[in-house]
Design a protein around this ligand. Structure first.
Ligand code: 0X9
Ligand code: ZN
Length: 357
């Protein structure tokens, strides 16, 4: 996708390298508009704080309104905590789900969503997981017997809001940088483990993988860091929900060397991939980020393993949909989240089976 003013340049580059090309979509804007209209129309009959996860995409404030209603609906089973604020002062909330037996200090599964603003299936998936654990408890009880689940549906609240209102394919935060022309830092390059290592991130504020001026200089990264550190010693599974690519990505991102627990983590990814292919024929690939995707440095999974000592740390790239991969239609949500839940549930079960309390 390129802006009109760069078309001439790109064509020149293609010509000078003798590259063939084909235009897939002449102008994306009308499609983005259509999706936006569809989503708003679907939400017309939603009565907050009630939401229909499969029926629309929700904004950060709508998601918070839903989360805020949960402690009253499930007084024994959920706890909602605000861990901080985004740069634009949006409250960042984290939900803990238990089986209500009151046992303290169980090992935890921490799941985050929406580190990257445009990856809209990610918050939907986080909400679907919450509903599976709360509203569909009878089927998922064993997942909560010896484990608590800690879920943060929206990390990058400002970027996510911006992707709803201004720029659908925005990825980074919304904090200005040293370059007045360019806004935002990639939260997934801003974490303090091997930050800035080699080619895994950019020092250029105009790039989509800009790492920031220093580690944790984004309030949103600080909040997620504090959530993870809060569970140090009992973080058995950290899962970061992204899109897209159908991949289970394991540390390390910053180096081609494999971490000590690599094979154990591979068994968990294995369980997820097998469960998905069995249920829907969905094909995932899995392995270290460095090999399966590309080098990344300063990302959340490397931090969860390297600093917080998580037993299993993983980034899940949910399937592509829509025009750009990041932009499923509302009608795609159900297929995407039900398939992904099969994988998440299988991986959680594998972690619980292997690392019994
Ligand atoms: O590049 C990223 O930040 C992630 N991919 S995305 O297309 N959603 O932007 C992948 C990061 C994976 N890193 C680790 N698992 N260590
Ligand atoms: Zn992402």
């Amino acid at each position: 996708m390129i802006p009109p003013k760069e078309v001439e340049n790109l064509l020149k580059t293609f010509r000078s390298h003798n590259l063939d090309h084909r235009v897939l979509i002449e102008d994306l804007a009308p499609f983005v508009q259509a999706q936006r209209a569809e989503n708003l129309q679907k939400k017309q009959f939603i009565q907050l704080p009630h939401i229909d996860v499969l029926g629309a995409f929700y904004t950060h404030s709508e998601i918070n309104e839903y989360l805020n209603s949960l402690p009253e609906r499930f007084p024994k089973r959920v706890q909602l905590k605000q861990f901080g604020w985004s740069y634009e002062r949006r409250p960042l909330k984290v939900l803990t789900i238990t089986n209500g037996d009151g046992k303290r200090d169980k090992p935890v599964i921490v799941i985050d969503g929406t580190v990257h603003a445009r990856e809209w299936i990610s918050p939907s998936m986080a909400l679907y997981i919450i509903q599976q654990l709360l509203d569909n408890y009878s089927e998922n009880q064993e997942l909560l017997e010896d484990y608590n689940w800690v879920i943060m549906p929206v990390v990058n609240a400002d970027g996510y809001e911006y992707s709803h209102t201004e720029s659908r394919y925005w990825r980074k935060t919304r904090r200005p940088t040293s370059n007045p022309e360019c806004v935002g830092t990639d939260i997934n390059r801003n974490f303090g483990y091997e930050w800035g290592h080699d080619e895994g991130s950019s020092s250029d504020p105009c790039e989509d993988n800009y790492r920031g001026e220093r580690t944790f200089d984004q309030p949103e990264s600080q909040v997620l860091r504090d959530v993870l550190l809060n569970y140090k010693g009992r973080l058995n599974f950290y899962l970061s929900l992204h899109s897209y690519g159908n991949k289970f990505l394991l540390p390390w991102g910053y180096t081609s060397v494999f971490p000590d627990r690599y094979q154990d983590m591979m068994s968990v990814a294995d369980a997820g991939a097998k469960a998905i292919v069995h249920s829907t024929n969905g094909i995932y690939s899995w392995g270290s980020t460095y090999y399966v995707l590309y080098p990344t440095s300063g990302d959340t999974a490397d931090f969860a393993l390297g600093v917080v000592n998580a037993t299993v740390a993983m980034t899940m790239e949910l399937p592509a949909a829509g025009f750009m991969g990041f932009d499923p239609w509302v009608s795609h949500i159900e297929r995407l989240v039900t398939e992904s839940w099969v994988g998440v549930r299988a991986m959680a079960a594998e972690v619980i089976r292997t690392y019994a309390a």
